[in-house]
Design a protein around this ligand. Structure first.
Ligand SMILES: [Zn+2]
Ligand SMILES: [Zn+2]
Length: 986
């Protein structure tokens, strides 16, 4: 508990080279561990109000990256802060276990390429492998989180694959079903032909990649007008095999254009772009007159089941691209599908959803060598051979790919289970009003808009490793039986013994759950489970309930901590986790089940931007454009990395991660803080007097205490608003004020030390949520306890009254005057160490009036002048003038012999201090100083200011001859050369 336990560098003067952030932080981690500081921080708040935090579960299958480092820093900072504000903050971590990320890893290991491959291998063995793979990186994850200082309960981590979690998810599903919000339907969805499953729209936008496609314009001949063609443009020529109609905008103007012997029909606005041949317009008309016309299909491999191949009205048709006529394949595309339903068009299915290649009846053998995308060149050749290909060009555009396996997605009409989000949108929007967003624009922007536009949520995946849909279907009457618990399975006649697996007594995973046969509640027939599993985003959206096995256990705990006070994840989660949490909470609070009514899942959310490389690209192993987190932590320490991530970008904007900028912050902040701390320890020693000591504190002391109050107040109000960027940024200029103004101006002032101690004590409490390690070292050294067990210094920020504010402003003015004077001195090329006679101020300076003699003394010292005069107008003489706020400042540049002599001696003092350092003197150790020079003026100067020299360099004896020394040097002072020797006197 004592500061002596800090691994303080052994060197006598602790320079920057001696600071070892990694070693110090490791030591702090050991304290926390041996003293159970985290557990103690919870225990001390056992009987107070809870602050509720939900931890979004990461996948522990890959190595942790900077996104995880950032999220962990945000979560840790917020939860430490609210603990220090006096709340009990439970911090349970969790792991996302199911879904395609794991399945793909296992498939890669097994070398299976299709679902058939998995089924041949066996679902039981496949899922067992998923189970053993999914937590393979938990140790690496936990180690990094731990090293970053993240306080959390790792031992009680929840896992989405635990039977208790899965049962809660079933209960959520059943509740939605009971409220009429789950349905099964044929809908167009993004579909991965390799993973053989539909995906949600959110998943589809995760995987945009730029691709080059054929961009073709083709001619469809009209049925009853000879040589007349409808021109159509498409970038997916393979969908022409499934064409069922052509859409025109009913109100748009179209033309019949004669080109040679043919008539081409195209939107008037597109004429110039589409027809590059010589043409003449024969007729102009509106789209509605075309509706109903029949045309000849290019392909007819699959017979349509309802009337097809006619022109239909499509209000979405645009005059901005293509030909103004849109080819419609209801099986492949959302708009196409919906128009198909409205127009009763046939769903012409030409693609095998297993693998994404053409069905055997479609095209020649050569089209089926790969998937439909690979068949495109052959199709284009075929279109040309048929004489319907008007133009074949290429286009580069972004197209969605599978976020897990990178395969190009198809938009396909597939059978899926949905949550009817559109049915409860009003309520969801209302609930969202209660959420506080950082950044604020997300509320009505990305999240609000996403909510308004949200389609129904496709929640089923035709896969293996996931929470099985708790839906059984009767073979006889085809009715569904939906269960919300294991007990309900039993009630419906299910034999629970089949659920026993090598992993659990009641394992709800496939294939065990598939073996449960129920008795149909409608007709008594045999009901079997449908094959689908739930979207993994359903899992994570259920975590508020699943993590505590709600409502089967922990009812009181869950209900009293719902909704969460805070969650924090990446901005991408506005359409992922944030969204699914919100939808499921909305469903569960439609009626009061104990969770209240009309609730969001969380009250405050911090959504952070992406961590990009310095060059603005994504961090990528392949580009090698970023340093590994582990290396950065050991080089600069977790504190610096945390502070960098919190402060270097506005919350919600992308980060440009730069080794160099982390290094800058390390030098500009961390090292300075360490040096101030070492300075304090060196000079304060064991003396730790209370501030004040009866005497009136000096201007500088009053100022730094006011500045500290200001910092506490700024950080508190920013943190209360979840503005972690503003809060963390406030620490940096404060430390600069402390070190480059307060400490520098207070050197040699022993009465400043207890004030510095007090300031560092408050600072370490304020900074503890952000830089928990150094804050720990400092606070222990000062208060013999961990700051994380303490209270945030709200009492300090409370003293920030008008007088204190004014004091801060006055000091600011004094510093501005000082730096103006220094600028003038530099322009006049007079060294800082050369004392000058005076500075003259012309004008009104309330700051000087208010601070009186103390303010003047500060300014005199800082400008190294003998006096500061005020005048009504600029006096005659050698002055250099500069405009300052309130008037003018004139620096007297005339040098008397006395001033010159003092300048020489001050320069010598600086050189001697250098030698003292080299000799390894303690700060108060006496030396024997030897000098030798031929220069008469230097000798005269030394004689004149002998006592100054002796005092400042702590020289017991000064001798004008070369003598025994420990360290010596020949230095230049002005034009003279001086030999100096330093010997310590023991
Ligand atoms: Zn895939
Ligand atoms: Zn039945």
């Amino acid at each position: 508990m004592t500061p002596e336990r800090v691994d303080v560098p052994k060197a006598r003067h602790a320079g920057p080279a001696a600071f070892q952030p990694d070693a110090i932080e490791q030591e702090v981690l050991r304290w926390w561990k041996t003293e159970n500081t985290f557990e103690e921080s919870l225990k001390r708040r056992e009987n107070v109000k809870r602050y509720s935090f939900y931890d979004g579960p990461p996948y522990a299958t890959g190595y942790p990256h900077y996104g995880h480092v950032l999220q962990t820093t945000i979560k840790d900072t917020v939860t430490r802060y609210w603990t220090m504000r006096g709340f009990l903050v439970d911090r349970r971590v969790g792991w996302d276990c199911h879904g395609l990320p794991v399945e793909n890893m296992v498939e890669a290991e097994l070398g299976t390429k299709t679902k058939r491959g998995i089924e041949e291998y066996g679902i039981e063995k496949f899922n067992a492998k998923c189970r053993s793979t999914v937590l393979s990186r938990v140790e690496e994850f936990t180690a990094l989180l731990h090293r970053l200082g993240r306080w959390a309960d790792y031992s009680k981590a929840y896992r989405t694959m635990d039977a208790s979690f899965m049962e809660s998810a079933w209960w959520v599903f059943k509740t939605a079903w009971d409220r009429g919000l789950v349905y099964r339907g044929l809908r167009s969805s993004p579909y991965c032909p390799r993973c053989e499953t539909p995906l949600s729209n959110f998943e589809a936008v995760q995987g945009y990649q730029e691709v080059t496609d054929h961009s073709v314009t083709v001619k469809f001949p009209l049925q009853d007008e000879e040589h007349t063609y409808l021109l159509v443009w498409t970038t997916t020529p393979w969908t022409l095999t499934a064409n069922a109609a052509i859409a025109v905008h009913p109100d748009l103007r179209y033309v019949r254009a004669r080109v040679g012997p043919e008539i081409w029909i195209v939107a008037k606005d597109r004429l110039a772009d589409v027809i590059r041949e010589e043409y003449s317009v024969e007729e102009e008309f509106t789209g509605s007159t075309l509706v109903g016309h029949a045309y000849q299909p290019i392909y007819r491999f699959v017979e349509p089941t309802t009337p097809a191949f006619r022109v239909v009205a499509g209000p979405f048709v645009s005059h901005k691209e293509g030909t103004g006529l849109v080819h419609i394949a209801p099986a492949f595309g959302d708009e196409d599908f919906r128009l198909g339903q409205d127009e009763h068009l046939p769903l012409i299915q030409t693609v095998d959803i297993r693998g994404g290649h053409f069905l055997p009846v479609v095209g020649p053998e050569s089209w089926r060598k790969g998937d439909v995308w690979e068949a495109v060149p052959a199709i284009v050749e075929d279109l040309d051979a048929k004489g319907v290909l008007l133009r074949d060009e290429t286009i580069r555009h972004d197209y969605p790919h599978c976020w897990r396996c990178s395969k190009r997605l198809l938009y396909m009409a597939v059978d899926s289970w949905f949550i009817a989000v559109t049915k409860m949108k009003e309520q969801l929007l209302k609930n969202a009003e209660q959420i506080q967003w950082v950044p604020a624009h997300l509320k009505d922007g990305r999240f609000g808009q996403g909510l308004r536009d949200a389609p129904d949520w496709a929640i089923s995946r035709t896969r293996y490793w996931g929470i099985p849909l708790p839906v059984w279907q009767c073979a006889a009457c085809e009715e569904y039986a939906v269960v919300g618990s294991v007990q309900e399975l039993q009630k419906l006649g299910g034999d629970l013994s089949v659920l026993t697996s090598p992993h659990a007594k009641q394992d709800l995973h496939r294939p065990y759950v598939d073996r449960v046969v129920l008795k149909c509640p409608h007709c008594g027939g045999e009901a079997r489970r449908v094959p689908e599993v739930l979207d993994v985003w359903f899992d994570s959206g259920s975590m508020p309930y699943g993590q505590w096995h709600y409502p089967f256990e922990n009812r009181e705990l869950v209900e009293s901590t719902f909704p969460a006070d805070f969650i924090g994840e990446s901005l991408e989660m506005t359409r992922g986790w944030f969204y699914t949490l919100h939808v499921l909470a909305g469903i569960l609070t439609l009626k009061d089940l104990g969770l209240g009514t009309g609730k969001p899942a969380f009250k405050n959310v911090v959504a952070s931007g992406l961590v990009l490389a310095e060059d603005g690209r994504k961090l990528s192993k392949r580009f090698g454009n970023y340093p590994e987190p582990d290396g950065m932590v050991s080089k600069y320490g977790a504190d610096t990395l945390r502070l960098y991530l919190l402060s270097s970008a506005k919350t919600g904007e992308d980060y440009r991660f730069s080794d160099q900028l982390v290094g800058d912050l390390y030098r500009r902040f961390t090292l300075i803080l360490w040096n101030v701390w070492q300075y304090y320890r060196t000079y304060a020693g064991s003396r730790q007097e209370a501030v004040g000591n009866g005497e009136q504190p000096s201007l500088l002391d009053r100022w730094i205490l006011a500045r500290t109050a200001q910092l506490a107040s700024e950080v508190q109000s920013a943190m209360d608003a979840y503005h972690l960027d503003d809060a963390s940024r406030a620490l940096i200029p404060f430390l600069d004020d402390l070190s480059s103004w307060y400490v520098r101006r207070s050197r040699g002032r022993t009465e400043a030390l207890p004030v510095l101690g007090e300031v560092l004590r408050t600072f370490s409490l304020v900074a503890a949520p952000f830089i928990p390690f150094l804050a720990e070292v400092l606070y222990r050294g000062l208060a013999k306890e961990s700051p994380h067990l303490g209270e945030f210094p709200s009492d300090v920020s409370a003293v920030l009254d008008t007088n204190t504010q004014r004091l801060l402003e006055h000091m600011q003015t004094l510093r501005e005057l000082a730096s103006a004077g220094q600028r003038v001195r530099a322009e006049a090329k007079i060294k800082v160490r050369q004392p000058l006679a005076e500075v003259v101020l012309v004008g009104t300076f309330p700051a000087l009036e208010a601070t009186g003699e103390e303010g003047l003394a500060l300014l005199r010292d800082e400008l190294n002048v003998k006096r500061i005069l005020s005048a009504l107008s600029p006096p005659d003489g050698s002055y250099v003038w500069v405009d300052v706020v309130g008037g003018k400042l004139g620096l007297g540049t005339e040098l008397t012999q006395e001033l010159r002599d003092e300048g020489i001696v001050r320069e010598l003092i600086r050189q001697v201090q250098e030698l003292r350092k080299q000799a390894g003197c303690r700060f108060d150790e006496e030396i024997l100083l030897s000098l030798d020079t031929d220069d008469r003026s230097v000798r005269a100067a030394i004689e004149r200011f002998a006592s100054l020299l002796r005092e400042e360099t702590k020289s017991g004896t000064v001798q004008f001859q070369r003598g025994a020394t420990e360290v010596e040097a020949t230095v230049n002072v002005g034009k003279a050369s001086v030999w100096l020797g330093v010997k310590r006197q023991r």
